[in-house]
Design a protein around this ligand. Structure first.
Ligand code: C2E
Ligand code: CA
Ligand code: CA
Length: 641
């Protein structure tokens, strides 16, 4: 009976289509792609040999027997090479090459069976006829040791499947299942062909396996960032998860273009995309010089350059090169784009030991560090400005709320007219579990982002109300306490109710509190803020405008708000040695007084300065010259003296 080779034809055609897909999707770079391509090529070669041997069996007697031997030998060689290809593909997908390369035993187990079959059995087969032979009637016959080929095939399959099971955590579930299913598929095909040697289905099943892989497993586009062609955020997360599982030490360069969003607005999507592609190409070119370096674009002008510490790479040098390239700016369509690019070197696990912290570090880099144009070393900044980020400020705030680690300090405010302290500003203090002091300038913005600011703000309000309602307060002779409101407190429609409720609860007169708002809050939520201001003003609460002079201070807007006090920011005080600024400050003070608002000068540190502002007719002076913020008990003592 002649072999039925239609399956082989189908396999060959489809494998060819797969090959074209792989090239047209440009899946030809990178280890995963190359191993998959190899897998495809070997399958194609095996299929074509299978087909030609089948056709050769119909050749007339005159054809040389030697050629038939060559064809059959080639087929069996390629056929048996598929096993190791399968194993190598799994090793690549599980990202365990380095482990595999080091483990001599594992490596030998994969290579030796193939060498035995290929070299020892197949090459000498024309003389020994142990695997197969062509009999006198020119019919292909299996030899005594043919069974060894099956043994090898079973061995590779079991090896591969065991490898998947052992390393299942390195794979996503769907991928693991799809990869695993190739095993049973092959077993079925081999069994069918063993029982019906004329039914050539083995290559057909291999082809199905390849299609399955391409559909369910091998989808590099999933891991690709469409803007730059680099690996994307999900791929980054997956890779970092694996590195963590393997306790690998990783060197990273984090690059964040702080002004990327502005360029999107200014130049439009296409041009800013081109900008990203330029940067991506530059970094990709660098990465090609090293083994085991991967570059990711995790979105919005943020790149992560990851070296797995195998190849010899001078991370600091590369970071400085990248920094210089970005600092020089980029020419695009006749525009010169200057970039505010933060470049930071992070070593894991030395600087940052886990993935969530790393992500936090990367997210907060631009917010927490000043841009200097120099490379930022995580080892340095984590000690000071980024300490809270790495320790997770959210956890610290939770812990502080639960364990009552917040405390309200008070800084007395001096009244020039009455020559005494008639008010104080409530300033929040926080110490973490180790007793380290954390500045409100750091934790207030974090609390604002996480929404915890409302609970914290309520705590301050309640503490102050409790203080005012106590007998101690009456003895101090103070008229009111100033309380800072954060932007998101001002934006909340419940603010007025909360304040009024607390005043009622502690029987506090509304005149005794003064709420400080900032111009930022005014910019954010006009309507709700105005509503809150109106309701509270009607109840008798007064307001101050804090930090006047820091933002885009706008006198028209200031005048339209129902304010009692404007607080001049410390930056005015600091620049009084400039005669022109001195004139501006004097006139500004007059202007504010003309619209019938009072003035508090903040951050006065010397007697000279205090006199100067008293001369300018400012009502109140606050600063270290008189007193620093202090706990309630100290304040009481201070005011008695
Ligand atoms: P702020 O409202 O402008 O508070 C004044 C800051 O200047 C305080 O810093 C105070 O300690 C400091 N200061 C006062 N006099 C002087 C001086 O003579 N020289 C110098 N160099 N500094 C002086 P602090 O307590 O670190 O607070 C920083 C910021 O945190 C505050 O700025 C305020 O915006 C915010 N904050 C503090 N407590 C609260 C709060 O309870 N709620 C909200 N939402 N924000 C708060
Ligand atoms: Ca304030
Ligand atoms: Ca202030």
């Amino acid at each position: 009976m002649a072999p039925i080779y239609y399956f082989d034809i189908a396999a060959l055609v489809l494998l060819f289509v797969l090959l074209i897909t792989v090239f047209s999707r440009r899946m030809t770079r990178g280890r995963e792609n190359i191993v998959f391509l190899l897998f495809l090529l070997v399958s194609m070669l095996a299929s074509s040999c299978s087909l030609t041997t089948a056709i050769a069996s119909n050749w007339p007697i005159g054809y040389p027997v030697g050629l038939r031997y060559v064809l059959h030998t080639c087929y069996l060689l390629f056929r048996n090479l598929i096993g190791p290809c399968y194993v190598f593909y799994i090793v690549t997908l599980t990202d365990t090459w380095d482990v595999f390369r080091k483990g001599i035993l594992g490596r030998m187990m994969v290579i030796v069976p193939f060498i035995i079959i290929a070299i020892l059995l197949l090459v000498v087969n024309p003389f020994t006829h142990l695997v197969f032979y062509i009999d006198d009637t020119l019919v292909y016959q299996r030899g005594k040791l043919f069974i060894l080929l099956y043994v090898a095939a079973v061995f590779y399959l079991s090896y591969a499947m065991a490898y998947i099971i052992i390393n299942y955590r390195m794979l996503e579930r769907t991928k693991a299942v799809a990869l695993f299913s190739l095993g049973p598929l092959t077993v079925i095909s081999v069994l069918v062909q063993f029982v019906y040697p004329m039914l050539l289905v083995e290559m057909f099943c291999t082809m199905i396996a390849n299609v399955l892989m391409l559909l369910a497993v091998h989808r590099p586009e999933e891991a690709m960032d469409a803007q730059t062609g680099l690996k994307n955020l999900p791929a980054y997360m997956e890779d970092m998860r694996r590195h963590a599982l393997k306790h690998k030490s990783v060197g990273m360069i984090i690059i964040s273009i702080a002004n990327y969003d502005s360029y999107v607005t200014l130049l439009g999507y296409d041009r800013s995309n081109e900008l990203l592609r330029r940067i991506a190409k530059y970094m990709l070119d660098i990465s090609f010089q090293y083994r085991s370096v991967e570059v990711y674009h995790i979105g919005n002008g943020r790149f992560h350059f990851v070296s797995r510490g195998e190849g010899k790479i001078d991370l600091d040098q590369v970071a400085n090169d990248i920094n210089r390239y970005l600092r020089d700016g980029i020419q695009l369509d006749g525009y010169e784009l200057s970039l505010i690019a933060y470049v930071s070197v992070v070593r894991c696990p030395e600087d940052v030991s886990d993935y969530p912290t790393l992500m936090r570090y990367s997210n907060e880099l631009v917010k927490s560090c000043d841009y200097t144009g120099q490379v930022i070393y995580a080892s340095k900044v984590i000690k000071d400005s980024m300490k809270l980020v790495v320790d997770n400020i959210d956890d610290i705030l939770d812990d502080a709320l639960i364990n009552h680690r917040f405390e309200v300090y008070y800084q007395p405010i001096f009244s020039v007219k009455s020559q005494s302290f008639t008010s104080a500003e409530a300033l929040l203090r926080l110490r973490d579990a180790e007793g380290r002091f954390i500045s409100p300038a750091q934790f207030i913005p974090a609390a604002e982002r996480s929404g915890k600011i409302h609970r914290i703000g309520d705590y301050v309000l309640e503490e102050v109300c409790r203080f005012i309602s106590s007998e101690d307060f009456a003895k101090t002779g103070m008229e009111y306490i100033e309380i800072n409101l954060s932007v998101s407190q001002c934006m909340h429609k419940e603010l007025a109710n909360r304040v009024l409720m607390l005043l009622e609860k502690y029987h506090v007169d509304a005149k005794c509190i003064n709420l400080e708002i900032t111009e930022t809050a005014v910019g954010f939520s006009q309507n709700i803020l105005m509503e809150n201001l109106e309701v509270l003003s009607q109840a008798g609460v007064t307001f101050s405008l804090d930090d006047f002079g820091t933002g885009y201070s706008n006198m028209v807007r200031v005048a339209s708000l129902p304010l009692r006090i404007v607080k001049l920011d410390k930056s005015f005080v600091d620049r009084m040695d400039n005669p022109r600024i001195k004139v501006i400050v004097r006139d500004l003070i007059n202007l504010i007084k003309d619209v019938e608002m009072e003035i508090v000068v903040e951050g006065v540190e010397t007697g000279d300065m205090a006199n100067q502002f008293a001369e300018y007719d400012c009502e109140y002076i606050q600063g270290y010259y008189y007193a620093k913020p202090m706990p309630k008990q100290n304040l009481l003592q201070f005011l008695c003296e």
